[in-house]
Design a protein around this ligand. Structure first.
Ligand SMILES: Cc1cc2nc3c(=O)[nH]c(=O)nc-3n(C[C@H](O)[C@H](O)[C@H](O)COP(=O)(O)OP(=O)(O)OC[C@H]3O[C@@H](n4cnc5c(N)ncnc54)[C@H](O)[C@@H]3O)c2cc1C
Length: 351
């Protein structure tokens, strides 16, 4: 059962939960919380999920929208992580083919040494080997002429060729999130948006549940809900939520950074991976719903993630990073921008 719309009744839609006990209480209705709720419900556990705003409106909506195996993690020799991500990619292609689609990526070479191109060849071969059971085509190498035919808007001067490989794209991660919520509900979970977890119930040192308020009804009292396990799936809000759940002072457990995207007229047929002309960071130009989805940045962000926005300095960085490769970007109209906050754990998380 879900509560996506709010009733105008004088009692809160949350009131009927007062004192109820669940196996799992999930805080946060982004893709992670929604996935946890669905997985737990499918296993027959009783689940309740609270999201303080719209489902999927946090970092989930601010992502580059790629379902990738993490080619770059190969540099860290983290083969286990890449294999796991590649298996997840295949699962998503299978269970959500209406949302998750194969996408070819091109990594053009400009002024690249033979050593670098050989390293890419090894990386691509490993990526194929680690996804030996995949449904997507294997990597290939393209000549400069072939790249020119495939992506004519890319700068031709100095182009040596490209590596091409497949990953996947989800045009709307918000919808993928919502479909997880809906499926969780169909398997017995209860999910509530505009319901903010404000604190925890404790018995000694043990957390027994949470307090929740209806963010659309300030006139109504908070509700207490019990849970055997409380999962903090609030992403970039992790430290803020952890502080609400415990009285003990904790050092920050995540590092939060902002990433933005801009949407421009269509420039590419497939995803193009480039290194920023400003600082060498990895950048993407991706075909998205008939437009180009271009990003991203990575700057520390220490205020409320709900306030994240692309500034003109962020947009300027993206344009300066990529216009040397896509000359048309200099004059391109920017239709809109969006932003999200990444969270990386500094230490093993505990609440
Ligand atoms: C610029 C950028 C690009 C990215 N690109 C990719 C990509 O291409 N592919 C990929 O796989 N990943 C990508 N990521 C990472 C990916 O977006 C995140 O890993 C993912 O969205 C995290 O989901 P989440 O559910 O943890 O967080 P969120 O979607 O932020 O969900 C957390 C939710 O918790 C809610 N919440 C907070 N406090 C409370 C409270 N007290 N009570 C109730 N609810 C609360 C928030 O409102 C929020 O909706 C990218 C991230 C960024 C920033």
């Amino acid at each position: 059962m879900s509560s996506i719309l709010v009733s105008s009744s004088p009692t809160s839609r949350l009131a009927r939960l007062e004192g109820e006990h669940f196996d799992i209480v999930v805080i946060g209705g982004g893709i992670i919380g929604a996935g946890i709720a669905r997985d737990a419900a499918l296993r027959g556990l009783s689940v309740v999920l609270f999201e303080k705003r719209d489902f999927g409106s946090g970092t989930t909506a601010g992502s580059t929208r790629l379902i990738h195996g993490g080619l770059r993690y190969l540099e860290m020799l983290d083969f286990g992580l890449v294999r796991m991500d590649l298996r997840e990619r295949e699962t998503l292609l299978r269970i959500a083919p209406h949302l998750v689609k194969p996408l070819e990526f091109i990594l053009p070479f400009y002024q690249s040494s033979i050593f670098y191109r050989s390293k890419m060849k090894i990386g691509m071969t490993l990526y194929d080997l680690l996804s030996y059971d995949k449904s997507l085509p294997r990597h290939r190498f393209l000549s400069a002429e072939e790249v020119k035919k495939l992506e004519p808007t890319l700068r031709q001067h100095g182009l040596q060729g490209a590596a091409a490989y497949y990953d996947a794209q989800v045009n709307s991660p918000e919808r993928l999130c919502l479909e997880n919520i809906i499926d969780a509900c169909e398997h017995g979970a209860q999910t509530f948006n505009y319901a903010e977890v404000t604190g925890a119930l404790h018995k000694g040192h043990r957390m027994e549940g949470v307090r929740v308020r209806d963010t659309l009804r300030d006139d109504l009292p908070e509700v207490t809900i019990k849970g055997s396990v409380v999962v903090n799936a609030s992403g970039a809000w992790f430290d803020r939520v952890a502080r609400k759940l415990t009285d003990r002072a904790k050092p920050p457990q995540i590092r939060a950074t902002k990433g933005i995207h801009i949407t421009c007229p269509p420039m590419v047929q497939r995803a193009v991976v480039l290194f920023s002309a400003v600082d060498g960071r990895l950048m993407f130009v991706i075909p998205w719903l008939g437009y180009s989805w271009i990003g991203t940045t990575d700057t520390d962000f220490n205020t409320d993630p709900a306030t994240v926005r692309a500034t003109s300095a962020d947009v300027d960085y993206v344009l300066r990073s990529l216009s040397t490769y896509f000359p048309m970007l200099d004059q391109a109209q920017i239709f809109f921008s969006n932003a999200g906050v990444r969270s990386r754990f500094l230490v093993r998380a505990t609440i």
